[in-house]
Design a protein around this ligand. Structure first.
Ligand SMILES: Cc1cc2nc3c(=O)[nH]c(=O)nc-3n(C[C@H](O)[C@H](O)[C@H](O)COP(=O)(O)O)c2cc1C
Length: 217
């Protein structure tokens, strides 16, 4: 049974699968994880209208090339990635990706990337002009040299990003946090105090693949 059918079957039984996050109602709680999903590619496999929301790939103020290859490594239990937030920039996103995503009957949560406070603000300012439903600010990517996780491991810097982007939009702000800290609660509380509507848990865990026989990576 697909999600749409699940929604209908649940409704027929009087069960409401909808969830409300910061005033935005999702018809069900199924969303995509940013960067693991592309509206164009994924729509070839299932009807994206079945989703409660789609969270799109991180978008920056200018196009980013990401890290040099190889940036994906298979492991026994999964895979390790260091893509480095490759993306075509917010102008391309608004002109090309958003119109396609809007064809589907689902909420859109735009994921925001930046190397600096100014870059986060520039993206939020541009996205505020669009009809995306919510913004998810990624202050937790371990795979970019500057910005990203640097903001998400320090409560004061996390608070500053939240405060500054909040000034630029009335859209609900989700702050995406990293698990690669000693105490995630202090950072969650710092962003909550500055008006984050929700926190997104969690971004990528740091990992290393070691060949125990050769004692090497
Ligand atoms: C290939 C890849 C690309 C990702 N790109 C982004 C991204 O652009 N923005 C972001 O906030 N998270 C990104 N993530 C993190 C995921 O959204 C998710 O938070 C992470 O994989 C942890 O979930 P998991 O433990 O279920 O994998 C990416 C993850 C992967 C594997």
């Amino acid at each position: 049974m697909n999600n749409a059918n699940i929604d209908k079957a649940a409704a027929a039984k009087g069960i409401d699968l909808s969830v409300n996050i910061a005033g935005v109602t999702l018809k069900n709680p199924i969303t995509t994880a940013s960067g693991t999903f592309s509206p164009h590619e994924s729509s070839e496999f299932y009807d994206l209208s079945e989703l409660g929301a789609m969270i799109t790939k991180g978008v920056a103020s200018t196009p980013w090339d990401g890290n040099p290859v190889p940036r994906i490594a298979e492991t026994y239990g999964g895979m390790i990635n260091a893509v480095g937030l490759q993306n075509p920039g917010v102008d391309y996103y608004i002109e090309n990706e958003l119109p396609f995503a809007r064809k589907f009957d689902t909420k859109i949560i735009a994921n925001v990337a930046g190397h600096s406070l100014q870059e986060y603000c520039d993206v939020v300012e541009r996205l505020n002009e669009t009809d995306v439903d919510m913004l998810e600010v990624n202050i937790s990517c371990p795979n970019v040299k500057e910005g990203g996780i640097g903001f998400g491991t320090n409560p004061d810097m996390a608070a500053t990003v939240t405060r500054e982007v909040k000034k630029l939009t009335n859209k609900p702000i989700i702050i995406k946090l990293t698990p690669n800290v000693t105490d995630i609660t202090s950072i969650a509380k710092a962003v909550e105090a500055e008006g984050a509507a929700a926190v997104s848990l969690i971004n990528t865990l740091l990992g290393m693949k070691i060949d125990v026989h050769r004692k090497r990576q």
